[in-house]
Design a protein around this ligand. Structure first.
Ligand SMILES: Cc1ncc(C[n+]2csc(CCOP(=O)(O)OP(=O)(O)O)c2C)c(N)n1
Ligand SMILES: [Mg+2]
Length: 548
């Protein structure tokens, strides 16, 4: 039996467990599309390659298996690059398949030709071009393996046209394995003795490569030892936020009391987190290269251990493997007060505080939490997300889809992908007015594939985050940050979605009910006072402070 390259490739995707993939079609990979025609795999065609790549990235976060995204040559690949970058920064397994010119035309700068090895050199774990049809199974198996091994990340495969259309009798590969290191017994002993000597331990949970099992095992370990734990930036689903061990997120605009606690801790147990710029408040909470805290750094990537920080104890391990090894580890906690205080600080910090204007976002989110506590929550980038990070509570892993890369436009496509994987769950996307219009057109994809999502657009009429920085550094000199917006509710209705505008807090709960009952996607625009620049302060206060 012979197959053309496109069919062979489609068969490999299915064999490695892909049941859902995302694309914008291109004539450069017609044979792959043809191969998918009768494959048991759902293909979602998107309205922009950035969205297709972001959906694949969200799939990777939700399943722990590579999200698959198919795009055409130059224009498709460059559009998709934001998703590759997010997968890289967020340590998410992803495979980007890109059409390539026929080998007879290569290196002529043929139509839309690019060298993907150079284009994605810094943002992918591995970039390759498959030049022989009979080697497709080998390359695809390696792509799946590489994307998931150690620190997960993106892989890019370029597919020359003639390679895809050629016939071969090459056999299938075997399904791939997720390859992760295990911690040694010696390291777990050493961790025990460090814990036995500690007085103010604190865990920071984060990074990629988590599984529901890992989150469960770590919860048992943390709670049984009364260990307080913070979540790294946008990794707040790593521990049930109702757990007595959960102390809040160590991200942007974190609770000052939690920041102080990170500094004062004598044993810092970083589990999976890279301890990047956003989680360390610009490398100040933990100082490179030699932290003041005794650092135990657990990470699945050998190159990450000691890269920025000298750990007292580096542990090279997959998260699930580490979690299983410490699940039953017990020490006598001498830090019960420290731990209880950390929890009390979090609960106090989460009480909604008043902000200027008639729409109180903290209260709206509290109502949302009470109504759909088990929702999957997504967002892109912007100050609006700070309210979600502060006032929402995540319960199960995985239920947070948020780019640690800080990429705007992520929330809507991530929500569509989440709904495709979990049709039974409510999916809520938080977006800003700037953020939303970078990918709002995917409401069409949600409608086409009957994947109803709820989008909350926090409208302050500006690229507020940048305006905030402007006021801090160049008070009063506003440039490039104002936005003239469409009627968001009408925009939603144009896609067959339910649309509403909320101008005061009391309107939110009934609007939410109508959104949840709509039977289609829904968008609620929350018009907030532009002075309410983040949950802690106002533009007026920032400008006054900066003008002093
Ligand atoms: C793709 C991308 N472009 C630009 C930025 C820089 N940036 C960060 S936040 C932001 C403004 C976001 O505006 P909006 O969505 O309205 O949220 P707000 O800050 O107003 O709440 C910008 C432009 C970014 N992070 N990502
Ligand atoms: Mg805005």
């Amino acid at each position: 039996m012979t197959r053309h390259g496109g069919k062979l490739l489609a068969d490999q995707l299915v064999l490695h467990g892909t049941e859902l993939a995302f694309c914008v079609p291109g004539e450069s990979y017609l044979d792959v599309l043809d191969g998918l025609y009768d494959a048991p795999l759902r293909l979602i065609a998107c309205r922009h390659e950035a969205s297709a790549a972001n959906m694949a990235e969200a799939y990777g976060k939700l399943t722990g298996r590579p999200g698959v995204c198919l795009v055409t040559r130059g224009p498709g690949a460059t559009h998709a690059s934001v998703g590759v970058h997010t997968a890289f920064q967020d340590s998410t397994p992803l495979i980007l398949l890109v059409g390539q010119v026929a080998s007879s035309q290569e290196e002529r700068e043929a139509f839309q030709e690019l060298d993907y090895r150079r284009l994605f050199g810094q943002t992918a774990k591995w970039v390759a071009q498959i030049d022989r049809t009979d080697r497709i199974p080998e390359y695809v198996a390696r792509a799946f393996t590489t994307a998931c091994a150690g620190r997960p990340g993106p892989v890019v495969l370029a597919l020359p046209e003639d390679m895809l259309s050629s016939e071969t009798d090459a056999p299938d590969a075997l399904p791939f394995h997720v390859v992760q290191p295990y911690p040694g017994a010696e390291q777990i002993d050493e961790l025990r003795s460090l814990l036995e000597r500690a007085e103010r331990p604190l865990a920071i949970l984060g990074g990629g490569g988590w599984t529901p099992r890992a989150a469960q095992d770590l919860r048992i370990f943390l709670e049984a030892n009364a260990l307080p734990a913070g979540a790294a930036f946008r990794r707040q689903d790593s521990l049930d936020n109702d757990s007595p061990s959960y102390a809040g997120d160590v991200g942007i605009g974190l609770n000052p009391k939690l920041a102080a606690r990170v500094r004062e801790s004598d044993l810092l147990l970083a589990i999976g987190a890279r301890l990047g710029e956003m989680t360390t408040s610009g490398y100040t909470l933990v100082e490179p290269p030699t932290p003041a805290q005794t650092l135990v750094h657990v990470h699945p990537g050998a190159e990450e251990l000691g890269r920025v920080y000298r750990p007292a104890l580096p542990i090279l391990s997959g998260i699930e493997q580490f979690a299983a090894a410490v699940r039953d580890l017990r020490v006598e906690p001498r830090w019960r007060d420290w731990s209880a205080e950390a929890r009390a600080d979090y609960e106090a910090w989460q009480k909604p505080s008043p902000m200027p204007g008639a729409v109180q976002l903290g209260e709206c989110i509290a109502q949302l939490r009470a109504r759909v506590p088990d929702a999957i929550v997504t967002n892109g980038a912007g100050n609006f997300s700070a309210w979600a990070h502060r006032f929402w509570r995540w319960h199960d892993y995985p239920s947070q889809l948020a780019p640690t890369s800080g990429a705007m436009g992520y929330g809507v496509p991530a929500a569509v992908a989440a709904k495709a994987l979990h049709p039974e769950r409510t999916v809520i996307c938080f977006a800003g007015d700037g953020d939303f219009l970078m990918s709002g057109q995917e409401l069409a994809t949600a409608a086409q594939y009957e994947l109803p999502i709820v989008v909350l657009v926090v409208n302050n009429g500006m690229y507020g985050t940048i305006r905030m920085h402007q006021e801090r550094h160049y008070p009063g000199r506003v440039v490039g940050t104002e936005l003239a917006n469409p009627d968001f509710a009408a925009y939603a209705r144009a896609f067959g979605a339910h649309g509403e505008t909320v101008t005061e807090t009391s309107h939110f709960a009934p609007a939410l009910e109508r959104a949840l009952a709509a039977g289609s996607s829904a968008l609620i625009e929350l018009q907030i006072d532009p002075d309410a620049i983040n949950p802690r302060t106002t533009l007026t206060a920032i400008r006054a402070e900066a003008s002093k």
